[in-house]
Design a protein around this ligand. Structure first.
Ligand code: NAP
Length: 461
């Protein structure tokens, strides 16, 4: 058996690597290195845990083989476009495993657990279960499943408060009766219901806030389980995930002009009234369409072009074609920039990751506030598979799922070309008057295909 000092040293090295990983991940230029540090740290932590106590490896190996096989199958069978859903599920599994480990520890050593360990056990059960059920609902919403449509019961806030109170009462009871294991599983059941209701009512523009919050919860649940097990590296790793998730949540709230309490307790981002087909048709009465050749001619005479990518760029995997188009335009001395909305796509940083994958220089990517100050000086704005993040309804309406959300003001550009397959709505499910604006032209088609055709026309092929 390896000495405890050596194990502690390994934990320390792993923890330092986790911190270096977070630092590395803060910028695309060193993100790959950051990722590597994190992976090495996790390997060291896992090996150290395995060597630390006199463990029976039989079930551990069975679990590892089954988990690895399922993980490899799942990762390979998941399309790139379904990555956000996969991330949501993995978050949920983190919460689920934390609550299971804390539950097993309580069953085996409950009678001997200290006050701190008992409190940590209850916290792990509560946050772990909220993370698990909340993440499953988030996954279903990202899959755009009908059963996960926004649902808010009358008196929902009172019901949520009641569920929290029940969890606290059960936790207090567990504290005084640590051998009554059933109390722990009751905390888990009540928290699963709480997690479901906390997320099912949230929709439209508020989803990114919830996703980063669930990410943070999974870290907090892991840290609590670290206290239950007395495992320092789990406490540190969990705290890092919890803290960075909270910072990301705060960034998302500020970017979306939302307050966290409003998102969680339903005071913003309401479903809004659904429009009839006639009303939608009226919004789109003056839509004009264009062709790749016409767009190429407009680009030819432009001096500044701004590309606004959205979820459709991810679906069509258009980033490499966009990179080629950017290069061709820059060769013609045309300034090209990208307007990146903080919630474009389906996960935080989605567009940045795709554009970095296609080697588009990071300096060309401008955040929403920066690009908005110069939209009037833009000759052609190309909206590539984006919809909600450029929808002027957000500025004008108070009764829509995206009301109050800051958008990229593409309508201020001289000409706007919108590339998408149809007039279908985006994630928030509402029509977009931008498509019918006087300076807008629709280029219908798959994002990648359309960009390739524009490029061919530009190069006279
Ligand atoms: P969006 O509003 O969901 O619109 C995406 C558009 O892409 C659709 O209207 C669709 O129109 C088009 N599209 C789909 N496949 C395409 C293809 N192959 N080629 C071309 N176009 C295609 O996307 P967004 O503007 O990026 O806004 C993101 C939305 O997701 C926001 O409401 C945000 O709150 C929400 N959300 C974001 C996150 C996050 O963390 N970023 C997480 C959860 C939810 P067609 O079908 O007509 O082609």
């Amino acid at each position: 058996m390896v000495s405890p000092e050596l194990i502690d040293l390994a934990y320390l090295v792993a923890s330092v690597l986790f911190i270096m990983a977070l630092k590395g991940l803060s910028h695309p230029r060193h993100a790959v290195r950051g990722n590597l540090y994190g992976a090495i740290g996790m390997l060291i932590a896992t090996v150290a845990v395995m060597l630390s106590a006199g463990l029976d490896f039989t079930w551990i190996i069975v679990g590892m083989v089954a988990g690895t096989a399922a993980g490899i199958w799942y990762a390979y069978s998941t399309k790139m476009t379904a990555m956000p859903q996969m991330v949501a599920l993995l978050n949920g599994y983190g919460g689920g495993s934390s609550l299971l480990v804390a539950g097993v520890e309580l069953t085996m050593h409950g009678a001997k657990q200290s006050s701190m360990e008992l409190i940590a056990t209850a916290v792990s059960g509560l946050i772990g279960a909220v993370t698990f059920s909340g993440s499953l609902v988030a996954w279903a919403k990202l899959e755009e499943m009908k059963i996960a449509k926004d649902l808010r019961l009358p008196g929902q806030q009172a019901l949520n408060a009641l569920l929290v109170a029940a969890c606290l009462a059960l936790s207090a009871a567990l504290f005084y009766h640590p051998t009554w294991i059933v109390l722990y599983w009751l905390i888990v059941v009540v928290s699963l219901v709480l997690g479901f209701f906390l997320v099912i009512g949230i929709g439209g523009a508020d989803m990114p806030v919830v996703i980063s919050l669930l990410n943070s919860y999974s870290g907090m649940a892991a840290a609590a389980t670290g206290f239950v097990l007395g495992n320092n590296v789990l406490i540190i790793a969990g705290a890092l995930v919890g803290a960075s998730g909270i910072i990301l949540t705060q960034i998302m709230c500020v970017a979306m002009n939302r307050s966290l309490t409003n998102v969680l307790f339903g005071a913003s981002g309401g479903g809004g009234a659904t429009m009839s087909k006639q009303e939608v048709d009226a919004v789109y009465a003056t839509v004009k369409s264009t062709s790749p050749e016409e767009v190429a001619m407009m680009l030819e005479v432009a001096s500044r072009v701004v590309i606004i990518p959205g979820y459709g760029m991810a679906v069509s995997q258009a980033q490499h074609a966009v990179s080629d188009l950017t290069e061709a335009l820059m060769e013609k001395q045309i300034t090209v920039e990208f307007g990146i909305h903080p919630v474009a796509g389906r996960m935080p940083g989605h567009m940045n990751v795709l554009l970095a994958e296609a080697d588009i220089p990071y300096e060309l990517l401008k955040e929403m506030d920066e690009i908005n100050t110069t939209m009037e000086q833009c000759d052609v704005a190309i909206v590539l598979g984006a919809n909600d993040v450029v929808n002027p309804i957000a500025r004008e309406s108070t009764n829509s799922p995206i009301a109050g959300m800051p958008i990229i003001n593409v309508d201020k550009a001289r000409t706007v070309v919108i590339i998408k397959r149809s007039l279908s709505p985006g994630f928030a499910g509402i029509p977009n008057p931008l498509f019918a604006a006087e300076n807008s032209l629709m280029l219908y088609g798959d994002g990648r295909h359309a960009v390739v055709e524009i490029l061919n026309a530009l190069q006279g092929k």
